[in-house]
Ligand binder design. Structure first.
Ligand SMILES: [Fe+2]
Ligand SMILES: [Fe+2]
Length: 283
């Protein structure tokens, strides 16, 4: 078969046995939630920018995981992949609903950003050899798990004292991103033993692309709202960039170590606590 590559000796699921990747379908009513749904315009528009790129990213994850599914033989990893696909499908659907509301707030360039992202990802996929294509979902998951971890651990920084349906939705999404954080990397590691290629993929393609797209769209939103037309707002804006930058730039070199697997002890603790904290959403 075209694109078939040899499985490596680590072709198995590394998701801990007591973590069940569970597709859930909670409902959220976003009506009445404004565009500044987090602590301030900077945190809100960062997450709004992320939301713009999430649906196509998650659909790309689904598409590539499906494409290589018949090359995976570990039954647990196959179940993980199926659950990931179902979780991501639901996330993409809910983000599209958020993005529709955002479009109604008057940001005409959103459609342009969406079109450009589709074009960029499709060109990259067309010219990528198998290993680079396999690195795409693992790289996307690298970022979504890092952002989710940060959103959960530094909740006050993001949300302040606020609570609303979009925060609930983000808490649920963050939990599921942690839950399936290992799956795309496991698929990559099952089919490609040179895990250091993930480091190259992140450093030379996906980190620059993520930084430019997310901070770029956030900057557009902040300019369009006139927030950055006031000099006094530049201090808090730069402070936000400084605080959030490590979340998007750390961790690329961990893939150089052959024994690296995504779940850490700390992750398990964060995941369990979050699951308890948002049990009312999951019920
Ligand atoms: Fe997701
Ligand atoms: Fe994900």
């Amino acid at each position: 078969m075209k694109n078939r590559i040899a499985q490596t000796e680590t072709a198995h699921s590394s998701t801990p046995d007591d973590i069940a990747i569970t597709p859930r379908r909670p409902e959220f009513d976003f009506s009445g939630v404004g565009k500044y749904w987090l602590r301030d315009p900077f945190t809100s528009h960062f997450m709004n920018a992320l939301s713009i790129v999430v649906p196509h990213s998650e659909r790309t994850v689904i598409d590539i995981v499906r494409k290589y599914a018949d090359q995976i033989s570990d039954p647990k990893l196959m179940r993980d992949m199926d659950a990931l696909i179902r979780q991501e499908g639901r996330h993409a659907f809910m983000h599209l609903r958020c993005n529709d509301l955002l479009k109604k707030c008057g940001y005409p360039a959103i459609r342009l950003f969406e079109r450009f992202q589709k074009f960029f990802v499709s060109i990259l996929r067309r010219i990528s050899p198998t290993v680079w294509e396999l690195a795409i979902p693992a790289s996307f998951e690298h970022f979504t798990s890092a952002i989710s971890r940060d959103f959960i651990v530094n909740h006050k920084f993001w949300a302040g004292d606020r609570s609303n349906a979009v925060i609930d939705f983000t808490n649920w999404h963050a939990l599921e991103e942690l839950e399936h954080q290992a799956v795309c990397f496991d698929v990559f590691a099952a089919l490609e033993k040179r895990t250091w290629l993930m480091t190259l993929s992140l450093l030379f393609v996906w980190m620059p692309a993520t930084l430019v797209s997310v901070y770029g769209i956030q900057l557009y939103f902040l300019l369009k709202d006139g927030i950055l037309l006031k000099g006094k707002n530049w201090g808090p804006y730069l402070a936000f960039i400084f605080k959030s930058l490590p979340m998007l730039t750390r961790g690329a070199f961990k893939y150089v170590h052959k024994s690296y697997r995504p779940w850490s002890r700390k992750d398990i603790q964060i995941y369990r606590e979050q699951k308890i904290n948002i049990r009312h959403i999951l019920a």
